[in-house]
Structures are given as structure tokens and as C-alpha cells.
Ligand binder design. Structure first.
Ligand code: AMP
Length: 587
């Protein structure tokens, strides 16, 4: 089917062509003819990235009378980012419509400017629920002329606690309006909204409830809780072209993982709720413009993010709510592209995978965590590909060629190639020399320790004290705490001294395990209480803290970035080293 066959007005069709859309996506094929020909309410099941903005936007623009200055269309979306994206898309679709006015209103931005925008009349308002309610309360937005209400990412809005706001807003719109609801999943709350505020809605794509995009490969890596970060590094190193989001559970974890990745030389940054709007905008701008390769985010912070061409979604922690998995993974494989959704789980979380599989109707492929050797091989051929594809600025390099040739005259072509490849490759070889096997067999409770390069014997690097924020008051004792450690996947941990105070506990572990223990415990729950865990004051290792300056890095002692961090060079005002934006990001 082509766009011409869908019945869209010529002045909208021309814009669609300008945007380069060649043929409608499946959801567009379903909704556009139906909404154009019928005055109906509608529920459409559509994942993010399937073209749903055009699926409602094109019929909406076709049905609005642009000679009437009143607000006739209202689009409600969960986040500021999504509001802006929808507004931009609608403006692009309306580029050939004379005098069309589409305005976005959302929290976290000046309300005065938004009020001014709306007062000068607009045909379509795109809003987040909170700011919309505020503006209705102030009498700035009046809904009595609204004929069409679109609820976009309805399940996300309900997840975010906007149900009451949405109901209040819908109750203020005329009885005669049409409601078009889009959702990636179909929880029962959507049915409740539908039964209260919609009349015999057309249901499109609903037969495929909760199916995920077929272009996404779902895979899992099973490791110990304490090895999760190293597993993450293996995965990131194994996919040198990765451009993705790592989902973690808490704001603190977001910061911690991002900081570790940055320290280890990756081009990463954190996105979480404690960032101010300008900080958030800066991170998102870098990510969107491909200056940032890895974004570490919480689910809340990542809501509404629509970044094109993401190759990977990594679940560092699986979400508590299985539906959230669908939202996370739906951020890759957009607009017909393919993508991978990878879960890093420890033994205790394997059951959770089954829950996701059942509820989201998908199957995880169990993958072996790549060995150090495999990572090195992958990196080597990535380097070779880069050498092959690099754009050479002949004019700039020409003046140096004579000297370069002279300096390399004693080497054969083969030797030059080997040395060139080794510039990067040596760092990986060094880091992954004796790298342990990080896999555990999920079917057995004990971990596979053969072949590990690390030693479990106590005292080798001294012991360090770990502080944990639960004590006698919380019923903690050595026995139940050791059991808890095992549940957290810390099976073969050697625990020395264990001291319990009323409110806190302190225990000693081998210095080389200290960071991993903190990582595994921090933010987890002990009998409903969130644990704080950090290194205690009592240092039993005069050699210093692991993870400090002496920690292994593939890049040796220097802090040379793993990727070509254009943001850093931007900040320094340096030249754009990569030249080609696409390749730049993927380095
Ligand atoms: P959406 O689900 O509306 O966020 O769209 C996801 C991406 O697909 C956006 O970048 C759209 O511009 C793009 N897109 C939407 N419809 C089409 C189409 N028919 N052909 C190609 N790209 C599309």
C-alpha cells in the first residue's frame, strides 16, 4: 500500500513525501484509512518507533478546520521530550497547510511563554498532563471546542501516575469528541479508561497484545551479581559499534555505573531524575547528536526518549514490572531497523527472565559472556575495518609523507600493518590477559570457578571493611547475612570479621572483592529496607582501595578515552577528530 492510496489530502501528502516516507508502516496502514473515513474512537496497540505519530497525526491534520481559529485537537503525551517530538512531527506534516498553529505545553519550562503562545490561538495543543491541568485551571486552555483527543503512550502515562489528571481532563472535553488512544501494552487500567470515556472504540493491532517488535533480538547473559559490571564491559567491548542505553534501577546506580564507565574510558553519561532540566537537555543533546555512545538511565528518566538508530538496550537490572521491559527494548529497532535487547542477570534473577518471557511473549537467547580472547579478536577486526574505511585527508597529510616513508622505510608492509593495528589492540590484549570466565551455569546454584583468573583465597591483597546500613534493629546476624550474600549471587565470597551494631553492620572481605560486594548490595532490599553499602573506615589493606588508581585498565595508566569523545573535544574547542558523524559515534 502507498500513502496515495490512504486517502490523505494532497497538502499533507506533499509533506509526507518531503519527509522521505516512502510507504506507510503497518500501524499507519491500519489507522489512517479508518480514522479518515469514520468518526470513531480508537484504541491502537503500537510500540514506540512504529510510526504512530503519523498514524494519528495525518488523520488529525486532515480532520481539522484550519480556517477556524479554535483549538480542535489535543494530544496528551507523558513527557516533555515526547511532546516536543510530536509537535515537531506535526509541524512537519503541516508544512503545506496554510496558517496552521500547533503548540507544545509541558512542565519544566516557562509557563508565561506557553500562555502567550496559546492565547494567540492554536489549532492543536500537544501537552503533558500536569501542565495541561495547570493551564486549564488558570483558564488559559479551554477544551469546549476540542473535537479530537489523542492519548499517546497511554500505558506510560498511567505508569507515571497521571490517571486522575487524564480522567479530569477528559471529563472537561465535549461529549461529542473522538478519543484516539495509543499504547504499547494493554493493562486493565486502559480498559477502564476506555469504558468510561470512549464509545465503542475501534481496536487496531490489539490482537497482538504485548507482542514486541520482531526486529529485536532478546538475549541474556548470566553471571554473578559481583561480576555484573565486568560483564557489562565485556558486552560493550564485544560490540564496538554499540550506540545504546543501559537501564539501571536507581538514580544512585545510574551515577555509579556512568562514573565507572567514564573512569574506564568509555564515552558514557548518566540520565536521572536529579539532573536539572538544562543538565538533562545537555546529556540528551549529546546523545541525540551522536556525541555520546552510551547513556545510563533509569526508566523514569528515559521515558519518552526517542533517539534514532539505537543498536542496543542493556538491562543492567531487569525492571520490577515486566511491561517496562517492553518499553525499554522498544527503544531500539525502530522504523524497520534491527536491534538487540540484552539482559545481564545473576543467578537469583533467572526467574525474572521467565516472567518477562511469559508476559511479553518473547524468548531470551542465552548467550555465553565473551571471553577476553573473543573480545580482543572482535576489537582487532573492528580496528582493521576502521583502518580500511578511514577518510584520509590527503592534502593535510601530504607534506609529512616523505618523512613518514623515511621513518618506516626499514619495515615491511606486513610489519607496518601489524604495528598500526597494535596501537589500539595492545590495550585490549593487556586488559584481557588472564581475564576470568564470567559465566555461571544458571541451572546449578554453585558458580563455575574453574578457569577463573582471580583468586578467592583470603588475605592475598589484604581485607577491607564493608559498611552496610542494617543492624541488630533489622534482625541481622552473621548466619542470615551470609545467606543473603549467597542469594545476591556472592556465593564464594570469603567473609572475615562480622560486627553488628544497633543500626549498621561491618564485615571484612578480600580487597579484590570489595567493590563487587558493594555493587551487589547497594540499593538492594533487606526486609523491605533499601540498603546503603560502602567501604568502611577500617582499612585492613595498607595497599589502598581496589578500584583506585592501581586498577587494571585496557588503556594502562593514562585516561585516554576509549571512544572518540567528541563532546570532550567540543568542550575543549578542539577539532572534530572523527569527521564522519556516524562513524565518530561508534568508536
Ligand atoms: P514514531 O513511532 O512516530 O515515533 O516514529 C518513529 C520514526 O519512524 C520517526 O523517526 C519517524 O519519522 C519515522 N517514520 C514514521 N513513519 C514512517 C514511514 N512511513 N516511513 C519511514 N519512516 C517513518
Amino acid at each position: 500500500m502507498t500513502f496515495n492510496e490512504l486517502g490523505i489530502a494532497p497538502n499533507i501528502l506533499s509533506a509526507v513525501k518531503k519527509m522521505g516516507f516512502e510507504k506507510p508502516t503497518p500501524i499507519q496502514e491500519l489507522t489512517i484509512p479508518a480514522l479518515l473515513t469514520e468518526d470513531t474512537d480508537m484504541i491502537a496497540l503500537a510500540q514506540t518507533g512504529t510510526g504512530k505519530t503519523a498514524a494519528f497525526g495525518l488523520p488529525l491534520l486532515s480532520k481539522i478546520d484550519f480556517s477556524d481559529p479554535n483549538t480542535q485537537g489535543l494530544v496528551i503525551a507523558p513527557t516533555r521530550e515526547l511532546c516536543n517530538q510530536i509537535t515537531n512531527d506535526l509541524k512537519n506534516f503541516a508544512i503545506d497547510i496554510h496558517n496552521s498553529k500547533i503548540v507544545a505545553v509541558y512542565g519544566g519550562a516557562s509557563i508565561t511563554a506557553q500562555i502567550k503562545d496559546i492565547k494567540s490561538k492554536c489549532h492543536i495543543i500537544v501537552a503533558t498532563p500536569g501542565r495541561l491541568k495547570d493551564l486549564i485551571g488558570r483558564g488559559v486552555i479551554k477544551l469546549h471546542t476540542v473535537n479530537f483527543v489523542v492519548l499517546d503512550e497511554a500505558d506510560e502515562m498511567l505508569n507515571m501516575g497521571f490517571r486522575e489528571d487524564i480522567e479530569e481532563i477528559l471529563s472537561k472535553t465535549p461529549e461529542t469528541k473522538n478519543v484516539w488512544l495509543f499504547s504499547a501494552t494493554m493493562p486493565k487500567e486502559i480498559r477502564i479508561i476506555a469504558s468510561k470515556y470512549m464509545r465503542q472504540p475501534l481496536e487496531l493491532g490489539v490482537g497482538k497484545v504485548n507482542t514486541t517488535n520482531e526486529n529485536i533480538t532478546h538475549a541474556c547473559y548470566i553471571t554473578k551479581a559481583k561480576d555484573k559490571y565486568q560483564t557489562l564491559r565485556r558486552i560493550v567491548d564485544y560490540f564496538p559499534d554499540i550506540f545504546g542505553i543501559i537501564f539501571v534501577r536507581t538514580k544512585i546506580e545510574t551515577q555509579e555505573i556512568a562514573e565507572k564507565l567514564i573512569r574506564d574510558g568509555y564515552n558514557a553519561d548518566a540520565l536521572h531524575g536529579d539532573l536539572s532540566q538544562p543538565q538533562r537537555d545537555t546529556v540528551m543533546h549529546r546523545f541525540r547528536t551522536n556525541h555520546l555512545q552510551i547513556l545510563v538511565a533509569t526508566d523514569v528518566a528515559a521515558r519518552g526518549i526517542d533517539v534514532h538508530d539505537l543498536t542496543h538496550i542493556i538491562h543492567y537490572s531487569l525492571p520490577d514490572d515486566n511491561e517496562v521491559y517492553t518499553h525499554r527494548s522498544g527503544r531500539t529497532a525502530r522504523a524497520g531497523k534491527t536491534g538487540q535487547s540484552l539482559a545481564i542477570v545473576h543467578g537469583r534473577e533467572v526467574g525474572k527472565l521467565r516472567g518477562v518471557e511469559q508476559e511479553c511473549k518473547l524468548k531470551f537467547e542465552k548467550r555465553i559472556i565473551p571471553s577476553g580472547e573473543e573480545v580482543c579478536e572482535k576489537q582487532l577486526f573492528h580496528i582493521i575495518e576502521e583502518i580500511h574505511n578511514i577518510e584520509v585527508n590527503e592534502t593535510a597529510i601530504e607534506p609529512y609523507m616523505e618523512r613518514i616513508n623515511k621513518e618506516l622505510a626499514s619495515l615491511t608492509k606486513e610489519e607496518i600493518v601489524m604495528r598500526l593495528a597494535s596501537v589500539e589492540f595492545n590495550r585490549f590484549l593487556h586488559f584481557y590477559k588472564n581475564a576470568p570466565d564470567l559465566n555461571i551455569d544458571a541451572s546449578s546454584s554453585s558458580s563455575r570457578s574453574e578457569g577463573r583468573g582471580d583468586s578467592r583465597s583470603p588475605g592475598q591483597g589484604g581485607m577491607l571493611e564493608v559498611f552496610v546500613s542494617v543492624g541488630e534493629k533489622d534482625g541481622i546476624n552473621r548466619g542470615n547475612f551470609l545467606k543473603f550474600l549467597r542469594q545476591m549471587g556472592l556465593n564464594d565470597l570469603t567473609v572475615g570479621r562480622f560486627e553488628v551494631n544497633r543500626l549498621a553492620s561491618y564485615f571484612d572481605v578480600n580487597a579484590e572483592d570489595c567493590n563487587a560486594v558493594i555493587e551487589a548490595l547497594h540499593g538492594e532490599e533487606w526486609q523491605g529496607r533499601k540498603l546503603r553499602c560502602n567501604q568502611g573506615e577500617g582499612k585492613r589493606n595498607p595497599g589502598g582501595r581496589p578500584g583506585g588508581s592501581g586498577e587494571r585498565r585496557p588503556w594502562g595508566g593514562d585516561s585516554k578515552p576509549r571512544f572518540n569523545d567528541r563532546n570532550k573535544s567540543d568542550r575543549k574547542g578542539g577539532p572534530d577528530k572523527g569527521g564522519n558523524k556516524k562513524r565518530d559515534r561508534r568508536r
